[in-house]
Design a protein around this ligand. Structure first.
Ligand code: NAP
Length: 268
């Protein structure tokens, strides 16, 4: 499988850091021109330096995905620089662990607006243009396995990601007739700077989390990027509305595993 992306233009929200930068790198190494977009100039500059160090044709655009007008201007800038966008990766997000009753209205709104509104504003902007231009395209939404199960401590993010899961399937059906595929990737815990700081900064919590992952390790950025690359590639041309879970088995029921292992040790 070659996954050749020569001539394609990819926009990756939150592409200056963590998974977004890993995805931008992978798509760029396969020949796509990549535009990364987020709020902080410092993140964008670091991302751009990294991409260019790999000889990837890259552009950074400062934007806040919560603002539909800014999103439209972002896509304008990418089009002006690289031509029409045909790959969109909705990766921008915010998250932090908090008991639901202590979550402020601001905290709720900020996460839901970034994840749910932001994904819709970007998808609508790119989708609308692809339809007008009669071009095929591919959208991948980065969700999380707790979109199905809910996730204690992340009511804002889990609720928003569940909305994005529904959006993925809805847009997949609406836009299939235009040759626009819409899929999702659901990563399990991946050791990015953002996730490590916000979700498992406490060493005990980190150790406990590892015991919840049947493959017994955190995911690697490249492993998520490879899943995204497959979904945007021609090899996935018949896949739409799907979610690829890349989580080391974390989201599978495993409450009985310690008891089963105890039995295994008894009998061996
Ligand atoms: P991260 O490095 O904190 O990435 C979040 C990115 O979103 C940042 O680049 C941030 O850049 C950008 N962003 C935040 N608010 C924005 C806004 N309003 N407008 C535009 N950009 C915004 O964390 P990550 O771990 O790589 O997460 C990336 C994605 O993977 C997220 O969707 C996350 O939910 C998902 N995920 C991660 C894990 C994990 O374990 N790492 C697990 C499951 C799912 P600025 O601050 O510059 O705006």
């Amino acid at each position: 499988m070659s996954h050749d992306l020569q001539g394609r233009v990819a926009l990756i929200t939150g592409g200056g850091t963590g998974l977004g930068l890993g995805i931008a790198t992978e798509l760029g190494l396969m020949g796509a021109k990549v535009a990364i977009a987020s709020r902080k100039e410092s993140n964008l500059n670091c991302g751009l330096t990294h991409l260019r160090s790999k000889n990837i044709e890259a552009l950074a655009v400062q934007t806040d995905v919560r603002d539909a007008n800014e999103v439209a201007k972002t896509v304008d800038s990418v089009e002006a620089h690289f031509g029409p966008v045909d790959i969109l990766i909705n990766n921008a997000a915010g998250n932090f662990v908090v008991p639901a009753e202590k979550l402020s209205a601001h905290g709720w709104t900020s996460v839901v607006e970034t994840v749910l509104n932001g994904t819709f504003f970007c998808s609508r902007e790119v989708g609308r243009r692809l339809i007008q231009q009669d071009r095929h395209g591919s959208i991948v939404n980065i969700i999380a396995a707790y979109a199905w199960t809910g996730g204690a401590g992340t009511v804002h993010s889990a609720s928003a990601k569940a909305g994005v899961l529904a959006m993925t399937k809805t847009l997949a059906v609406e836009w299939a007739q235009f040759g626009i595929r819409v899929n999702a990737v659901a990563p399990g815990p991946v050791e990015t700077e953002g996730a490590s700081r916000q979700l498992w900064a406490d060493p005990d919590e980190r150790r406990r989390l590892l015991t919840e992952i049947p493959l017994n390790r955190f995911g690697r950025v490249e492993e998520i990027a490879q899943a995204v690359l497959f979904l945007v590639s021609n090899e996935a041309n018949f896949i739409t509305g799907s979610t690829l879970t890349v989580d080391g088995g974390e989201s599978l029921p495993h409450a009985w595993l310690p008891a089963v292992n105890a039995l295994r040790n008894q009998t061996s």
